[in-house]
Design a protein around this ligand. Structure first.
Ligand SMILES: Cc1ncc(COP(=O)(O)O)c(C=O)c1O
Length: 731
């Protein structure tokens, strides 16, 4: 072999080995990523395209878990009473909401997210609430109707310090910049002081101002990408980072993302992905509030389809450990760790989640409360990550700006807030409030247990949530009972409630009393049945849920068709199936029909003989036991006694015709030719059915004909379900 051939082979071998190593590495990376990835965003987006709108009526609402009739009646009364109470309490707010809803998209969006969607329409018709307020006093809000309600909404998490403090800061702030007014571009000297204060709070080198939390997250991600020259942002399952679609891989946005990877929170596999794909990752974005409910989205009431949906961690120790591991991996891999503290900053304490979990991030995003009552977004970070210009390439830049950035009034109120936040006495205030809220949770849970109520509360600092301890389909209703007890919740309902630092012992007491009163009423109205009150609770609920899930996935025309068939069956049942003996005969004949359906392919003769016998038993029930029904049946199905007689005559004539053909008569001949007779019976059945389908199509339309056909074929199944003997339901 010549030297050049040997060299060529060696080069080819090396190229092949390199390609193989490259492919193997890619495959390994993909496998590692797939293992750590959260599938929830992808699956929920897919599902959102398939799930169809479905609206229960009031009857379906009160019986959505298949509870016995006694409780359904009780619920109906409870619902009416609750609606009447809320309507009288909120008459003006309801009228105000009704007048503007049609032209106010924001309200329509928040309204839609309060209740699981099948119940939304009926709930709207029943309550039609709208929160309209005109004054605040401590943690109380005055509604348009003039009532004072206890506010646990915390204004989306913004109200940490108590409204009265913000009022003072805003007023003082406006006063301080009064002379300048809303001048934008040139900066007010207060900005320098704020930068200094923010650097102290965040322990970072550099600061930028934005108009909202969402914008600040956008800015942080953009500059992290710019400075690392990498594309991929890692975030964690269930975490909310504002409404920018760049960090919304799941529900909420339809844009496909290939630069945002959602990994599982608190998972070693996720750490492995960050380590292995470090060269692609511009930043790991963490929302530390997730320590309360890792891997779950913000726990709103609209998703409360079962009690298992909402969970809350009672300790954040595990999460602190996770953040420390994340910090170590990010440091070792040179990947920026970004804390989105829009919610947690100044909520967990003046030092935010960085201090609370003892983890230092490379960038921190703040918002909500930090401007002392005005809209804001802030990014603090290491200088190397905050640059928007490339010193080596003057044309390269991260174009991040905003008209209202560093607005004088916002800066002045921020200054008031930050000086308060950094005062040593404020840390004591926070510690006291966090402790009081934890004690409140403990004592409230004892009261809830003593009262045998199926809810508990859990907290992270002054954030608290309601968790449900027994299976129920109605947990989302608690928000309405709470509102009737004069508690104001945000649009996510009982999932995220807040106490501000101005909550006094009396306010906590009131909050407990109202929570317990609301839960008691809800229980008395029959929405939370115990296993003893409703022995088949779990199975019935599971079945109802499965049915609902299937209904939501089935296309609308199929749903309408199904409803029409079931309506016919129901009408038929009321018209001509009232006699208990007739019902029993239907049970027997339907069982035989089902056996015939299953075996007709194997033995046509047996199926036809048994099927005809069952048909006669069935018709005997109608003809003899329920003679009064004929008129109604004719009305419903267009069937007359004459039609039926003709059909029966057809079945009788067939054996006679077969015998006539054979020129022999008698039972022995009949049995000898039974196979032939069965085939003719089968044909006659098919003919009669097809004729009827054709007739109904001609007289009405195909839709009606198909409804009749499907009803006929499926009657044996529904008859068995309807007439199977059951124990009477217990009250
Ligand atoms: C963690 C987090 N990030 C970002 C945002 C978005 O902030 P904003 O509503 O001010 O745009 C929020 C809002 O709730 C948030 O909780």
């Amino acid at each position: 072999m010549s030297a050049s051939v040997t060299t060529g082979t060696a080069v080819l071998g090396a190229v092949f080995a390199l390609a193989a190593a490259f492919v193997a590495r890619r495959a390994f990376l993909i496998a590692t990523t797939l293992k750590a990835m959260s599938w929830m965003p992808i699956l929920s987006r897919r599902l959102s395209r398939w799930v169809k709108a479905r609206h229960c009526d009031e009857n379906e609402l009160v019986s959505a878990d298949g509870a016995p009739a006694f409780w359904i009646e009780r619920r109906r009364e409870g619902l009416d009473h609750l609606a009447a109470t809320l309507r009288s309490q909120h008459a003006q707010s309801i009228a105000w909401g009704t007048a503007i809803r049609g032209s106010f998209a924001d309200l329509r969006f928040t309204d839609a997210s309060r209740v699981p969607f099948p119940f939304a329409q009926v709930t709207r018709a029943k309550f039609n609430l709208c929160s309209v307020v005109t004054a605040s006093n401590g943690p109380y809000l005055r509604t348009l109707d003039g009532h004072w309600t206890l506010d646990v909404s915390g204004s989306y998490g913004f109200n940490v310090a108590g409204f009265d403090r913000y009022k003072a800061w805003m007023e003082r702030g406006l006063k301080r910049v009064e002379e300048l007014g809303p001048v934008l571009g040139p900066l007010h000297p207060i900005v320098a002081e704020n930068i200094d204060l923010l650097k102290r709070v965040s322990q970072q080198d550099d600061v930028s101002f934005h108009m909202s939390g969402t914008e600040a997250v956008m800015a942080a991600v953009r500059t992290a990408r710019f400075n690392t020259r990498r594309r991929l942002i890692v975030c964690f399952s269930g975490a909310y980072h504002g409404w920018w679609d760049g960090v919304q891989p799941g529900l909420g946005s339809e844009r496909m993302l290939d630069d945002c990877l959602t990994l599982n929170d608190m998972s070693p596999a996720s750490l492995a992905v960050i380590r292995r794909r470090a060269r692609e990752i511009a930043g790991v974005l963490v929302n530390p509030v997730q320590s309360f409910h890792p891997n779950s989205p913000p726990p709103n009431d609209a998703v409360l389809v079962t009690s298992a949906v909402r969970k809350a961690q009672t300790s954040s120790d595990g999460y602190a450990g996770w953040l420390q591991q994340l910090r170590e991996v990010c440091t070792a891999s040179d990947v920026p760790l970004i804390f989105d503290e829009v919610y947690s900053g100044f909520r967990l304490g003046p030092g935010g989640a960085q201090k609370y979990f003892a983890v230092h991030a490379d960038m921190v995003v703040y918002g909500k409360t930090v401007a002392g009552g005005f809209p804001i977004g802030v990014v603090c970070g290491k200088s190397a990550l905050m640059r928007r210009l490339d010193p080596e390439h003057p044309m390269r830049m991260a174009y991040v700006v905003g008209t209202f950035s560093a607005h004088p009034a916002v800066m002045a109120a921020m200054n008031e807030f930050l000086r308060w936040a950094l005062d040593p006495s404020t840390a004591t205030l926070y510690r006291g409030a966090n402790r009081t809220c934890t004690e409140w949770v403990k004592s409230t849970n004892e009261c809830l247990a003593d009262a045998s109520l199926p809810i508990r509360v859990a907290n992270l600092a002054t954030i608290w949530t309601v968790v449900f301890t027994e299976p129920s389909r109605y947990n989302w209703l608690l928000q309405y009972y709470l509102r009737a007890e004069r508690i104001t919740l945000s649009w996510v309902g009982t999932g995220r409630c807040l106490a501000s630092l101005d909550f006094s012992d009396d306010d906590y007491k009131t909050m407990r009393e109202r929570l317990i009163a609301a839960a008691r009423k809800m229980k008395n109205d029959g929405w939370w049945l115990t296993a003893a009150q409703f022995p088949e609770r779990d199975t019935r609920m599971r079945m109802a849920l499965l049915k609902d899930a299937a209904a939501a996935l089935v296309p609308r025309p199929v749903q309408t068709f199904y409803a029409a068939v079931m309506k016919r069956k129901d009408d038929d049942h009321h018209a001509s199936h009232n006699n208990p003996v007739n019902q029993y005969l239907h049970l027997v004949s339907s069982s035989v029909f089902l056996f015939c359906y299953a075996t007709v392919w194997m033995d046509l003769t047996r199926a036809m003989v048994l099927g005809l016998a069952a048909l006669f038993v069935r018709q005997f029930g109608h003809a003899v036991l329920e003679p009064a029904c004929h008129d109604e049946e004719k009305l419903l199905l267009g069937y007359t006694t004459r039609d039926k007689t003709l059909i029966v005559l057809g079945y009788l004539l067939i054996p006679l015709a077969v015998m006539m053909q054979a020129h022999e008569w008698g039972l022995a001949v009949f049995f000898a030719s039974i196979d032939r007779v069965a085939v003719q019976w089968f044909r006659w059945t098919a003919f009669v059915v097809l004729l009827r389908v054709a007739y109904l199509t001609w007289k009405h339309n195909v839709h009606i004909a198909m409804i009749w056909f499907v009803k006929l074929v499926t009657d044996p199944v529904t008859d068995i379900v309807a007439y199977f003997p059951r124990r009477p339901a217990r009250a």
